[in-house]
Design a binder for this molecule. Structure first.
Ligand SMILES: C[S@@+](CC[C@H](N)C(=O)[O-])C[C@H]1O[C@@H](n2cnc3c(N)ncnc32)[C@H](O)[C@@H]1O
Length: 270
């Protein structure tokens, strides 16, 4: 079973956040695709493509003789991606509006597949991996980037008003039956689905205040705070204190943050 709605929402602010997030992590995605030997002429699946930010980069790799298929359950995101394809004249993308539970993929259709920040939000993880594995040609690769331990996210100097926000996020995912740290379970699930592991590596950064990466988790907390309040996990006062304390931390040249630990994995279809 998959959840009723993607819990981070699909409103415009979240769409912009996903675009920004892609800019921050695009180089890591490209490095993984290079390692997995994604290349021209391939048919590549972008599972849980969202508004297609990674799909368009993948389309650049697949080239004129290749194709990228993006699948997502959000009608708004799929429409955005389709309109962007048309407006920019990109010919080699297809976007499919579907929940993974109802997703119909052809047998041995794809040369490669990619998923990033997807498996934390679904409950039918094994079923989805089995579907992707069946849709890969023998020798095809499935490359993923997912959280391994979100709670490693920290700001230095540590401040209790920041910690409250971080802990509230973790509690929200526990409440909603999400396994944010899904990365821990994926190598085993891949092997069970007939995907032999060829690469596992951590993905983590430190970021100074003036960097793009600094704005990634801090921007996320600002947007997600609305949800945290709606869930009763933080009070208005706690949010206000966080919003007061953040500029104080940002005023310190010595400050830095450590991004939530992710893991990247490549599995090869046997
Ligand atoms: C955090 S976003 C990541 C989007 C994209 N992979 C990226 O890296 O920018 C997660 C995406 O998974 C999609 N999603 C969540 N559950 C899904 C399901 N059961 N079926 C299809 N898509 C789903 C959401 O709609 C959302 O677009």
């Amino acid at each position: 079973m998959s959840k009723e709605a993607y819990i981070l929402g699909t409103h415009n602010e979240e769409l912009d956040r996903l675009g920004f997030q892609h800019r921050v992590w695009a180089d890591a995605a490209h490095a993984l695709w290079h390692k997995a030997n994604f290349r021209g002429g391939q048919h590549i699946l972008d599972l849980g493509c969202g508004p297609g930010f990674a799909s368009f980069d993948l389309a650049g790799i697949a080239g004129h003789h290749g194709l990228v298929t993006g699948v997502d359950r959000s009608a708004e995101y799929i429409e955005y991606a389709q309109q962007k394809s048309e407006a920019s004249g990109v010919q080699n993308t297809r976007f499919m509006h579907s929940d993974f539970a109802g997703m119909e993929l052809g047998k041995e259709q794809f040369d490669a597949a990619y998923a990033r920040w997807v498996f934390s939000w679904i409950t039918d993880v094994d079923e989805t991996i089995v579907k992707v594995a069946a849709s890969l040609k023998p020798g095809g690769v499935f490359a993923v980037q997912e959280y391994l331990q979100w709670g490693t996210f920290q700001m230095v100097p540590e401040h209790p008003d920041v910690r409250v926000m971080i802990e509230a996020c973790r509690e929200s995912w526990r409440m909603m039956d999400s396994e944010i740290d899904i990365g821990r379970t994926l190598t085993e699930r891949f092997e069970k689905a007939g995907l032999s592991i060829s690469h596992v590596a951590p993905l983590e950064r430190t970021a100074r205040v003036d960097s793009l990466t600094w704005q990634w988790p801090t921007g996320f907390l600002r947007i997600y705070a609305v949800q945290l309040m709606a869930l009763g996990l933080i009070t208005q006062g706690q949010l206000e204190r966080y919003l007061e304390v953040l500029p104080e931390i940002e005023g310190q040249n010595s400050a830095f943050l450590v991004t939530p630990l992710m893991v990247e994995i490549i599995g090869i279809k046997q």
